[in-house]
Write a protein that binds this ligand. Structure first.
Ligand SMILES: [Zn+2]
Length: 322
């Protein structure tokens, strides 16, 4: 994890490995300190606190959650007494979506010799993702901490005269998607609305909502966009991936191909160098859900998703990575 200064008072802790769960965090070092997202496990959250500790005078008074996924909320218990701000739906959905027990069980099952055989046969994708996760993560001891302040459309913080705008943009990648705009410093913390140099994973939301949000972020004219995953830098073009995937999915859907079959064929194009290119299956399946007019919050079978990503990687002869 690396500390980056992105503007006078804004910082980012970037997880350079950039695989699943390697989420970024932000810091606005004004008004008692505001942290944006709290990492995937306690070890990574402690590392983030250590890095931000190099620039902040004391533990921050506020934590913002960009959405409800575990990889952005599981380190929050280390911010004792902080105000925790998120969209209303994050508070409602977190207990189910970010229940750490499912991930804890998965990783434990992959550790147990006796469980490995049935997992491999029944859920080879889940076994592969569990093996990858345990290389970097320990999900034990995580306690869910819910937001203490929720908002509906917008929430504005005045930090020593610097305005910080929390803007609800969901559901595009996930139901509670919120971006944080610091106009005076021309910075946007985009959460998982933007993935960079790793293939986006979208859960409950639609491209119909996601694509206009990308335009909206550009219309804010930021100098720096800090993505939910991947390196921070300017704003050059790579927000284009969801747009391209939505268009390609449409073409294969019209030909009657399944999402899995389409994912075996879609050209990775310039995104083949991004991490975990086989995750494109999720992009395609989400597009298909819209074409079939399914609800944006139709539940996912996680084991099936991981199996499909594994199948795409194998079919294309690329390294299995999530
Ligand atoms: Zn994430």
């Amino acid at each position: 994890m690396e500390l980056q200064r992105v503007s006078e008072n804004c910082f980012a802790a970037i997880n350079a490995k950039n695989r699943v769960c390697d989420a970024n965090s932000g810091l606005i070092n004004l008004g008692g300190g505001v942290v944006i997202d709290a990492q995937s496990d306690l070890g990574h959250a402690r590392r983030m606190i250590e890095l931000f500790g190099k620039v902040w005078p004391s533990m921050p008074k506020r934590v913002i959650n960009t959405h409800e996924d575990g990889d952005h909320v599981w380190g929050k218990q280390l911010f004792e007494g902080a105000e925790i701000i998120a969209h209303r739906t994050v508070k409602e959905l977190m207990p189910k979506v970010a229940d750490p027990r499912e991930t804890q069980h998965l990783v434990k099952a992959a550790d147990g010799f006796l469980m490995q055989v049935p997992l491999k046969v029944l859920q080879p994708g889940a076994l592969a993702v569990a093996r990858q996760l345990r290389e970097d993560y320990d999900f034990e001891g995580i306690r869910l901490v819910l937001p203490t302040t929720v908002f509906e459309e917008r929430h504005v913080l005045d930090l020593e005269g610097t305005e910080v705008r929390l803007i609800y943009v969901g559901p595009c990648h996930q139901v509670g998607d919120t971006i944080i705009h610091v106009p005076e410093e021309k910075v946007v913390f985009a959460g998982d609305v933007i993935f960079r140099e790793c293939t986006p994973m979208g859960w409950n939301g639609t491209y119909a909502k996601w694509l206009p949000v990308l335009d909206f972020i550009i219309s804010l004219d930021p100098d720096v966009i800090v993505p939910g995953h991947g390196p921070d830098r300017g704003r050059d073009g790579d927000e284009g991936l969801p747009r391209i995937r939505a268009e390609e999915s449409q073409r294969f859907y019209a030909q009657g191909l399944s999402a899995l079959e389409a994912s075996r064929r879609i050209d990775f194009g310039p995104y083949g160098d991004w991490r975990a290119p086989a995750r494109l299956y999720m992009n395609v399946e989400r597009a298909y859900r819209e074409f079939r007019h399914e609800a944006a919050d139709t539940p996912w079978d996680h084991a099936k998703v991981f199996d499909a990503v594994l199948a795409v990687a194998k079919a294309r002869g690329i390294q299995v990575e999530f």
